[in-house]
Design a protein around this ligand. Structure first.
Ligand code: GLA
Length: 743
């Protein structure tokens, strides 16, 4: 039987119209704004109206672009499936023989399915290949697809590439994706969508600090609030691709998949390979695109609650210098400012006194911890804090007991070891005994101590990552084993949270996030950098998943110094933490830090569950954003000075995202620490009598107290379209405002 049906999926303002007629692979007729209800005739017309006249020099049948693009159709762009049996069966022609909608058999001219799934099975009997393609529209309006290919023949089939692609209309003329590096993750880059391929390949064996992250195409000049935008994301934590391709025919598409190394996947008879999910988000404005990802993640059964515990991580406080008395003092100081989780970082195990040795030997170092971690864990728990611990499970130092005992567990091409990075190699979780060793070692620590949280690191890239004894590429197996290991540990320890860290924000993707609970955005905690990194990391992840810490005054990775105001105001729009030797903080700093922690706790249910609004401002020296409660009753705004403007005053700031018809009172938060140089009249404040010059000398906030006229009251419409005068501050400071509905 061949399938001859169309399917319309609709959810959250998005329609996806799929043509599954004539036994051909599903093709997207429309992915974008909701088209409302369509009759079977409407869908037929939509398909017919998109059939191109056959232009000269093209194949005599109009090429039709399937979600797995097929070369035989005359499509001369990147094919979906590439592979062969020693040079045969390399251009399959699939015929779809079964269709299921919402996991039940379906047929007829048109099936309408709301949010749901479409799954087809297709075969090429001559090439002896079967393809299963699943396309879903989530309740948040994300389209996601993945494909499996099965070898039905007796001869092995070498799979070289299996990518999926979504067509985007020609009004999408600009591309925006992300780049980055260690300590500067997720920097936007933008250019015209020209003929050719904008190809982002990743061969690091992890998502990478430079991943394309979300590859968007949109109408000219699109911004956070404007322009039609289509974005794709490959949900995979190993080697992968994202690409935007525009052909001479005018067809253009966004695609992605796993990047397979030569000979990495060779399918024996009846063996299958499944691609990662390719996610697609459509919206008007980048915020709308981001919200679909956020809502998808927030709808997960295991999504962390808004009570994200304020965390202290000790890395920048002590590095490898683990001394119980110091760590206990740090725990006491942390508890006194309201911290709820204490995380012990690298250096507690094996011979790991610095980064040259010990990785892979996951037993507590007896010379440093003669009584194990118990004295620390117990005190942390007594202080009412959870305990968290650092691991780097996929890594091994050549100078370790495990490397000496099992040199064949190091990932390598066979004849030599890869170049070292950070004095380490990668341990091969694709080898069953090796996987079991790492799992059991981690389980033993989790069984012995009361551990609520793992900071799971992955510092080096996978170079020459082959697997013994042949040296064949092993990145695919390693990536799958990583997910399995996370899942096994969590199943054995319900409630255990895992942070995805990879030398900072090097393993951030949706598949990792379906297994983990938080990411470490970057090893750079400099708030000026974090303003940008958090802003763009939120293009995929909601704020509650972003590890966002307040570090010491002088940044350890940039050398810049910042006020506590700027460090804290930048950090509270995420899962708040501290990464600072609090035993060296002075009394004033501890008071102010306590106030920020208090503010966060009071407002985290809003900060970590609201809708993210990033405000476009033509003056790039200001970075503005807000989190607005889903019912529009409250919002917190941040206006950060990230540079010095060439104008003295920036005019009125727009408070967008509120309900235009409701009235709101807007007030500055933490007035006693607000770094304003001269408060604007609308603040309704007066000097508190302290000396302006003392404040100038100390570099502290000016000393203000609210009057009876504190703040202003206006409609959401007036606040968004007219706005309120900017309060001039020094560069690299931020002012937060609370907007509360009064009706
Ligand atoms: C990586 C992480 C850091 C820290 C160190 C420890 O760089 O990103 O936060 O845990 O490893 O070696």
């Amino acid at each position: 039987m061949t399938v001859d049906t169309c399917v319309v999926l609709r959810s959250a303002g998005v329609s996806v119209v799929l043509d599954v007629t004539g036994g051909r692979l599903p093709a997207i007729v429309h992915w974008g704004a909701d088209l409302g209800a369509l009759t079977p005739d409407d869908v037929g017309t939509l398909i017919r109206a998109g059939v191109r006249p056959v232009a000269s020099n093209l194949v005599d049948e109009p090429a039709r672009l399937a979600v797995v693009p097929e070369h035989w159709t005359g499509w001369v762009g990147r094919p979906g499936l590439s592979g062969s049996r020693g040079g045969r069966d390399w251009s399959p022609r699939f015929t779809t023989s079964s269709l299921r909608v919402n996991d039940s058999p379906a047929g007829g001219r048109l099936v309408e399915a709301g949010a749901g799934s479409v799954e087809v099975v297709a075969r090429d009997d001559a090439a002896q290949l079967e393809l299963t393609l699943r396309i879903e529209l989530t309740r948040s309006g994300l389209v996601r697809s993945r494909a499996s290919v099965t070898n039905l023949g007796a001869d092995p089939y070498q799979l070289d590439d299996l990518v999926l692609a979504y067509p985007v209309p020609q009004v999408a003329s600009e591309i925006l994706d992300l780049a980055g590096r260690w300590t500067k993750e997720r920097v936007p880059q933008r250019h015209a969508f020209t003929v050719g391929t904008h190809l982002r390949e990743n061969r690091k064996g992890k998502s990478g600090p430079d991943s394309a992250y979300v590859l968007h195409a949109g109408t000219a000049g699109f911004g956070f609030a404007d322009g039609e935008i289509w974005g794709v994301h490959t949900g995979w934590s190993g080697n992968h691709t994202h690409y935007a391709e525009r052909l001479y025919t005018g067809d253009q598409m966004l695609g992605g998949g796993e990047l397979l190394l030569p000979g990495e996947v060779i399918l024996g008879q009846d063996e299958s390979y499944t691609s990662p999910w390719l996610y697609g988000s459509y919206g008007v404005g980048l915020d709308a695109v981001a919200h679909r990802f956020h809502r998808f993640l927030r709808a997960r059964r295991n999504h962390p609650s808004v009570d994200r515990p304020v965390t202290i991580n000790v890395w920048e406080a002590v590095y490898f210098d683990h001394r119980l008395d110091k760590l206990l003092a740090l725990a006491e100081a942390a508890a006194s400012v309201g911290v709820e989780r204490f995380v012990l970082d690298d250096g507690w195990f094996g011979a790991r006194r610095d980064d040259h040795a010990g990785l892979g030997d996951w037993t507590v170092a007896a010379d440093v911890w003669p009584n194990g971690l118990h004295p620390l864990v117990n005190r942390v728990n007594e202080l009412g804090m959870q305990f968290g611990l650092w691991f780097e499970p996929e890594m091994i130092n050549p100078d370790s007991d495990v490397a000496r005992a099992h040199p064949d567990w190091v990932m390598a091409t066979g004849d030599r070891w890869p170049l070292e990075a950070r004095f380490q190699q990668v341990i091969n979780l694709g080898i069953q005994e090796c996987y079991a060793y790492i799992r059991d070692a981690m389980m033993a620590i989790l069984d012995e101590y009361n551990i609520a949280y793992i900071k799971w690191d992955h510092n080096r890239d996978l170079i020459d990552a082959g697997t013994a004894p042949t040296g064949r590429p092993g990145v695919h197996e390693q990536t799958i084993a990583y997910y399995r290991l996370v899942d096994e540990l969590k199943a054995a320890h319900p409630g255990l949270e895992i942070e995805s860290c990879a030398a900072g924000g090097g393993r951030v993707d949706l598949e990792a996030m379906l297994h983990c609970d938080r990411i470490w955005v970057s090893d750079c905690i400099d708030p000026l950098e974090r303003q940008q990194m958090n802003r763009w990391t939120q293009q995929l992840l909601p704020p509650e998943l972003l590890g966002s810490h307040i570090a010491s005054g002088a940044s350890h990775t940039t050398g810049r110094s910042h006020t506590l105001n700027f460090r804290a105001a930048s950090a509270v729009f995420g899962h708040l933490g501290i990464e600072w030797d609090l035993t060296r903080a002075n009394a004033d700093e501890l008071v102010e830090l306590g106030a920020w922690v208090g503010f966060y706790k009071e407002n985290r249910s809003l900060l970590l569950s609201g809708d993210l609004i990033r405000i476009d401002d033509p003056d790039e020296t200001i970075s503005a954003q807000a989190v607005v409660a889903p019912d529009r009753s409250r919002a917190i705004y941040s206006f950060a000075e990230v540079g010095r403007s060439i104008v003295t005053l920036r005019g009125r700031l727009r408070f967008s995202g509120l309900d235009p018809n409701r009235r709101y009172r807007v007030t500055p938060v933490l007035l006693e620490h607000a770094p304003v140089v001269k408060p604007p009249v609308w603040w309704g404040v007066e000097p508190d009598g302290s000396s302006e010059f003392d404040h100038l000398a100390a570099g502290t906030a000016p000393g203000l107290r609210p009057t009876e006229e504190f703040g202003v009251e206006l409609t959401g419409a007036a606040l968004a379209t007219v706005g309120l005068t900017h309060a001039p501050t020094h560069p690299e400071t931020a002012i937060l405002y609370l907007a509360e509905a009064v009706d």
